[in-house]
Structure formats: structure tokens, C-alpha cells
Design a protein around this ligand. Structure first.
Ligand code: SF4
Length: 358
């Protein structure tokens, strides 16, 4: 068995761009009352918060530059801000000078990457989200028990590469419900499914249903692999979408959970839904005849970007903002172990993440 190559396109890394100043949005009358339904939870999750703090903390402690393998989180604004502070983002560890510090991103890395960094004498700081690490451990455990692991996720996504890399001889990637109808397994009595953490819950359950139709002995993961933050943001936008003429999702094109929020909004009643990185990407024509706008953001998006969207919408007459909350979140993760103590051995005051709570 081996990791199967599948043909879904890899989402493009957003290009850096000059700030565009379009004309302010105009306040054009609509038949009814203009309002915004603001989904909550939205924005930063505990894993993203921790990863961003890890890079900031590494810069404070070791000085610039600090290298980061891949985008620390999939948000162009966050990456650009960290670059300005002295982070250098690279694709692979062989681009990092020998002996330098390198941070592994929140999406996780395969053992091959860890070994390559060690071979180069790099000082690695692992900012992999603990909820991704949990899936890695499941993959290792099921591979040890000689299961074929059907990993539901998007081939080419960094998280899927990292998880599959834990047990490449046991993992088969399943990109979609349609693929569940055609994949082959070696022994239908020894199969388990795991998943990427940032998928659509509904689509994943459909994929599992189809797999189970073909392989009734299919084993479930010990606990949900789709993380709490992904699930909570989808539940909130489902509630908002039912009443929304338009949904705006703030998030980058390569952010899996942001892209899923657009899809989920459309599937649950939004008449239109768009994703934007920045407020100035909201187009005047999207607002034609629109009374209710739903707004949310992906798990890697700082709240300031949402507030900029709300400010622009306010200028267009959408001043009535109502929060629609479907869950409280208070999860926090410890910083990566390499950063938990300061140089004198004391526990660092920012050892725990948790700046941004939706
Ligand atoms: S989206 Fe979920 S898995 Fe990804 S970093 Fe956030 S909490 Fe972790």
C-alpha cells in the first residue's frame, strides 16, 4: 500500500499585493432594513494563535531572522506581518542556513522533514497544532496495527502530506465522496478512516458513508479529527446563512477552512457567498438589493481584518450588526516546548496562547 496520488488542484498560495484603494462602498437603498449577522465563533483558533505567538517569541528570543517552513498559518496578512518583523518563509528546510532556527508550521510536518532539519543541524521549533499531532499519532498507531488508513483530505495540502508521511506505506488519500466509490483496499476487514482537520463536516460524513457502504468493517477514528474550531465555525455560518442574502468570508485562498466556509454558506441558504483577504476586495455589485449580510472568518484570520470589512459595510449603510453565537471557545495550548522557558529557565509569561477569543 502507498500514499495514492490524486488530482485535486493544490490551492494557490496567495500572492502578496499592493494595498488596493477602491472607491468607498456606496450606501444604495434596498427594499428592507440593512443589517449584518456576524458569526461567532470566527477567526483565530487556539492552534493558530499558538503558532503565530511561537514565531513572535522565537524572533524576540533569538533575533531575526527566524526561518519558517511554509506559511506558519494560511493567511497572507499574518505572513506579511511576520515577514516585516524578521521571519523568512521557505518552502523546504534545505533553504535554511545550517544551524539556524526554523519553525515548523501549524499544519505539521512528516518525519522526513524533521529528519532533514536535524541532518542540517537546524534548531527546530515545532508549532504543529496539537490537534494535528493527534491525527499523526492515530496514523502511527493504526499503521503499527497494519491497518490501511483511508485519509480523507486534499492531496497536496501540507497537513495531509505531514499525516501521510507518518505512515506512507499504509495511507491512501481520499479526496472526495466520489473517490470513495472507486478506491481499492487490500483487506476490507482492516481499514480505518482518518481526516484532515479542516474539512467540511457534512462532506466528510458523506465520504465516510460511501466508504462504509463498500467496506462495512471500516473503523472510525478514536475521536473527531475535524477540529473543534472548524466545526464551530461551520455551525455558526450555517445558522447565519439561512437568513443571509450575501455571506462574506474573510480568509485566504489557500486556507482550507475558509474555503469550506464559503461552500457551507452556499449549501445552507446564502444566496451568494464570497471569500476576501481584505475589506477592499468587497465589490459594490455584491451589495445590489442585499438586506442581510453574513460575515465570518477562517481560523487563521486576525479579527482586525473582519473589523475592516465591518467598517466598510457600515459606510454602505450596514450599521446594524448582530452577533450570532453558537458556541463559546476557551481552549488554549501551551507554546512549543522549545519556547516554554525563558533564557534563565523560568516559565515564560506567554507560555499559553489565547489572545483572540471569538
Ligand atoms: S484549525 Fe483546528 S487543527 Fe488547525 S490550527 Fe486551528 S485548532 Fe488546530
Amino acid at each position: 500500500m502507498s500514499a495514492t496520488a490524486i488530482s485535486l488542484p493544490v490551492p494557490a498560495v496567495p500572492a502578496r499585493r499592493a494595498q488596493v484603494r477602491r472607491e468607498p462602498l456606496q450606501d444604495i437603498p434596498v427594499p428592507g432594513h440593512k443589517r449584518v449577522l456576524l458569526a461567532a465563533p470566527r477567526g483565530y483558533c487556539a492552534g493558530v494563535d499558538r503558532a503565530v505567538i511561537a514565531v513572535e517569541k522565537a524572533l524576540e528570543r533569538y533575533g531575526a531572522p527566524v526561518y519558517v517552513r511554509k506559511q506558519i498559518v494560511h493567511n497572507i496578512h499574518v505572513v506579511t506581518e511576520l515577514e516585516a518583523k524578521g521571519a523568512i518563509f521557505v518552502e523546504e528546510v534545505d533553504e535554511v542556513p545550517t544551524g539556524a532556527h526554523v519553525v515548523f508550521s501549524a499544519h505539521g510536518v512528516s518525519p522526513a522533514v524533521v529528519n532533514a532539519a536535524s541532518d542540517r543541524g537546524l534548531r527546530a521549533i515545532d508549532a504543529t497544532c496539537p490537534l494535528v499531532t493527534k491525527v499523526h499519532r492515530e496514523a502511527v498507531r493504526f499503521a503499527r496495527d497494519d491497518y490501511q488508513i483511508l485519509l480523507i483530505g486534499h492531496d497536496g495540502h501540507e497537513e495531509v502530506e505531514g499525516t501521510a508521511g507518518e505512515a506512507p506505506d499504509h495511507v491512501t488519500i481520499v479526496n472526495s465522496p466520489e473517490e470513495a466509490d472507486v478506491i481499492e483496499v487490500a483487506d476490507p476487514n482492516r481499514v480505518v478512516w482518518l481526516s484532515q482537520t479542516t474539512l467540511s463536516v457534512d462532506e466528510t460524513m458523506e465520504t465516510v458513508r460511501r466508504l462504509r457502504e463498500r467496506f462495512p468493517q471500516l473503523q472510525d477514528p478514536p475521536s473527531d479529527d475535524i477540529c473543534y474550531a472548524t466545526q464551530n465555525r461551520q455551525v455558526a455560518i450555517k445558522k447565519v446563512a439561512r437568513e443571509a442574502d450575501l455571506v462574506i468570508v474573510v480568509g485566504s485562498a489557500n486556507s482550507s477552512n475558509s474555503v469550506r466556509l464559503v461552500e457551507v454558506a452556499l449549501e445552507h441558504g446564502a444566496k451568494a457567498a464570497y471569500r476576501v483577504d481584505y475589506a477592499d476586495e468587497v465589490r459594490q455589485e455584491w451589495l445590489d438589493g442585499v438586506e442581510t449580510i453574513g460575515v465570518t472568518s477562517g481560523a487563521s484570520v486576525p479579527e482586525v481584518l473582519v473589523q475592516e470589512v465591518l467598517a466598510d459595510l457600515s459606510g454602505a449603510g450596514y450599521r446594524d450588526v448582530e452577533e450570532v453565537r453558537t458556541a463559546e471557545e476557551d481552549l488554549m495550548f501551551s507554546l512549543p516546548k522549545e519556547l516554554r522557558q525563558d533564557s534563565s529557565g523560568r516559565r515564560d509569561a506567554r507560555a499559553i496562547g489565547g489572545r483572540s477569543r471569538a
